[in-house]
Design a protein. Structure first.
Length: 714
């Protein structure tokens, strides 16, 4: 059977646009309370819910509706798999097939996204997976017919290279057919010419060529060409003049309906149905959403993934449009419930629906939507049994209802947290643990409730998350609310109390030891620094010699230099306990992001946060003093290194230490004072040790104010 070279469209991805992110680097982040995904998807799909949020994506809300409605196990199965992976990308299949024919001019990769006309920072998926899959299949079929070394096959590949070259930003034309080209390859060439025009955005010419191919009784592409001609209208409606979009979509819908009825190719009919449903959704979104929702309401669902993705896309499109016509009442309970969860029904309407239905599924919607939880709803929430899917949502509503009564909220949480721990996934507890941390009455309660189990990994500047947590990732971390208390309001004596208590995980304690050691050094608290150094030496094996030198120093001056030497050799040390994932687990390793060798914390720019009531005034004063002493790495090490080099010029470490100060000014965290310290170390290095290898390797000093390297001025 002849297969199309170009796309069999999956419309859910073919017309989406994405805003291009700013330049990186972007770092992995810990997500504790995902807003659009459940925190424990595997458990969620089994009906073990945490709080069901209206901000969840439609797939997860559909799962919640099924479970809360008591559907059969078949209907309750997940409507979407998380973190699916493919063993091989379709573009790779094409490149591998191409490499079997063309060995002298390999193509390494193909970009599939093209810029939206008139929008520099938006792109759309121009070449979909099926384009590459079918190109690979078609090439292998032509090789089978004509041989891999045939001139016609080689030129077929050249033409297809031009087609895919237009995926990203090209506008090249495929060469016209050569005289004497075999009929099958001639038909392919006409098709490739139209495809290249389509990808280049010339939809009018591409449509004209495909309509001509559709009328060619000898072309093997005549069945697919009417479908792709209709797709030209759809693509033009999506990317072209919005004032003409509806007319084009209506014309495309009529052509697709004719194909669904008249095409003899089942695959063409199915593709026409798919794109036709997308077009109908653009023209009549409420009717189309109701149709998908009714499909998903059935007692058993064979394959709901596509329908459910369509519904998700349609509701997303609808959410971007202010349209009063999109309201509940389309004949689908599921769609009405989704509207309620997304805030498209008033609180009064949702409560009235719950009163009429008297079901947990509508109780969840009422609790989610109510601005002020009514006594009637609170009473109903209190009747929800532990272990049932609605329990966590009901508890959260009861907690929200006690916002004006801190003591009542604390008592309620303390009474219900044990039941929640037994009945919901650990990561789903984070909302409740965060609330309980805010209500901590003393240091012991802070220690108990500060660690939080993170639910997923995200990326700075991105909106996606991964639930496949990397192996060896620590499960319990501090979120911002815990880290800010540690860094701003707790003195080192409290840090040591946490470390010695053993109540935090080994990973968290190790991070606290690292930060505390640096903070103690900067604060000139030798006793605390020595105690923390001994603990750090047990976990940071590559730093053991440096730390031993610090601990065994015979006098204060030697110990001060050993401290500065350790800081220079361990660029990942930082006097703050960072929230979330530890981006610098290897403190001896220099990263390429120029944030090693810490800067002074921008205290004046920080968001104001009130200290916990249980922190004493004396502790607060001491914590602020210790934090302010932290300054930055260069202000800490430079005076020590300069003094040591002047007094101990015979120490081979002296020129190296000066060179490392300059290196830190280039690769470390920099601020307005960086240049002063860089120049001071640089000048002394070249004046006192001009023939040393370290001076030769250090021809410049660095100043953040000028953004450049500066040579020694005679």
């Amino acid at each position: 059977m002849i297969r199309t070279i170009v796309l069999l469209v999956l419309f859910a991805t073919g017309f989406s646009t994405t805003v291009a992110p700013a330049c990186g680097p972007f770092f992995e982040t810990a997500v504790f309370e995902p807003q659009d995904h459940p925190p424990a998807p595997d458990e969620y799909d089994k009906g073990r819910f945490g709080i069901v949020l209206g901000s969840y994506r439609v797939p997860h809300l559909v799962t919640a509706w099924r479970v809360l409605s008591g559907k059969t196990p078949e209907a309750r199965r997940p409507v979407m798999l998380f973190s699916q992976t493919r063993p091989e990308y379709p573009v790779d299949r094409w490149l591998n097939a191409r490499a079997e024919v063309v060995r002298t001019a390999p193509v390494r990769q193909i970009s599939v996204d093209r810029r939206v006309p008139g929008h520099d920072f938006q792109t759309y998926v121009n070449c979909l997976d099926s384009a590459f899959e079918n190109a690979a299949l078609t090439l292998r079929d032509r090789v089978k017919h004509f041989g891999a070394d045939a001139e016609g096959v080689r030129k077929w590949v050249n033409a297809q290279d031009t087609v895919f070259g237009n995926c990203a930003d090209g506008a090249e034309s495929v060469d016209p057919p050569e005289p004497g080209l075999q009929p099958l390859l001639l038909a392919d060439r006409q098709y490739q010419i139209a495809s290249a025009l389509f990808y280049a955005g010339d939809f009018t010419k591409a449509r004209s060529l495909w309509l001509a191919i559709a009328n060619d009784a000898e072309s093997p592409w005549r069945e697919w060409s009417p479908y792709l001609a209709a797709r030209c209208l759809v693509r033009e409606a999506t990317l072209g003049n919005p004032d003409e979009a509806r007319v084009r979509l209506e014309k495309a819908e009529a052509e697709l309906k004719a194909l669904i009825v008249g095409s003899t190719d089942a695959q063409v009919r199915r593709s026409a149905e798919q794109i036709g449903e997308w077009v109908s959704g653009k023209l009549r979104p409420l009717d189309q959403m109701a149709m998908y929702a009714r499909r998903l309401e059935g007692s058993a669902v064979e394959d709901s993934s596509v329908d459910h993705m369509d519904l998700d896309n349609l509701i997303h499109i609808w959410s971007l449009v202010d349209s009063d016509s999109l309201k509940p009442g389309a004949g689908s309970e599921l769609l009405d419930w989704l509207f309620a969860m997304r805030g498209r029904m008033t609180t009064e309407e949702v409560i009235a629906r719950w009163r009429r239905e008297q079901s947990e599924v509508w109780l969840v919607a009422a609790l989610q939507s109510s601005q002020g939880i009514t006594p009637e709803l609170i009473e109903a929430a209190a009747q929800v049994k532990p272990g049932t899917p609605a329990f966590a949502t009901a508890v959260w509503a009861r907690v929200r209802a006690t916002q004006a009564d801190a003591n009542g909220r604390r008592v309620l949480l303390d009474s219900l947290l044990p039941q929640l721990r037994r009945t919901v996934p650990p990561a789903a507890l984070n909302w409740f643990v965060r609330e309980r941390l805010a209500l901590a009455r003393n240091f012991g309660e802070f220690v108990a409730f500060a660690p939080r189990r993170f639910a997923a990994e995200g990326m700075e500047g991105g909106d996606g998350v991964s639930f496949r947590l990397q192996e060896k990732r620590p499960l319990f971390l501090l979120d911002e609310d815990g880290a800010v208390v540690v860094n701003r309001f707790l003195p080192l004596s409290r840090w040591m109390a946490v470390i010695e208590s053993g109540k935090w995980t080994a990973h968290l304690r190790e991070r606290l030891v690292r930060a505390g050691f640096v903070r103690a050094l900067a604060a000139n608290d030798e006793t605390m620094a020595l105690a923390l150094s001994k603990r750090l030496r047990t976990t940071a094996s590559k730093a053991s010699t440096l730390l031993a030198d610090f601990e065994e120093a015979g006098d204060a001056e030697t110990r001060r230099f050993a401290a500065a030497w350790a800081v220079l050799k361990l660029p990942g040390l930082h006097p703050e306990m960072t929230a979330g994932l530890d981006r610098k687990p290897r403190i001896e390793r220099l990263t390429p992001f120029r944030d090693d060798w810490w800067c002074a914390p921008p205290i004046s720019e920080e968001r104001p946060v009130a200290p916990p009531a249980w922190v004493t005034e004396a502790e607060l004063t001491q914590a602020r003093k210790e934090r302010a002493a932290g300054g930055g790495a260069l202000p800490f090490v430079t005076p020590i290194v300069v003094e040591w080099a002047n007094r101990h010029a015979s120490d081979p470490r002296a020129p190296e230490a000066l060179a490392m100060v300059v290196r830190a000014s280039r690769y470390g965290c920099r601020d307005a004072a960086t240049g002063k310290f860089s120049k001071q170390a640089f000048t002394l290095l070249h004046q006192k040790f001009p023939a040393s290898s370290w001076a030769i390797q250090t021809p410049y000093w660095y100043d953040e104010r000028y953004g450049q390297a500066l040579p020694l001025v005679p």
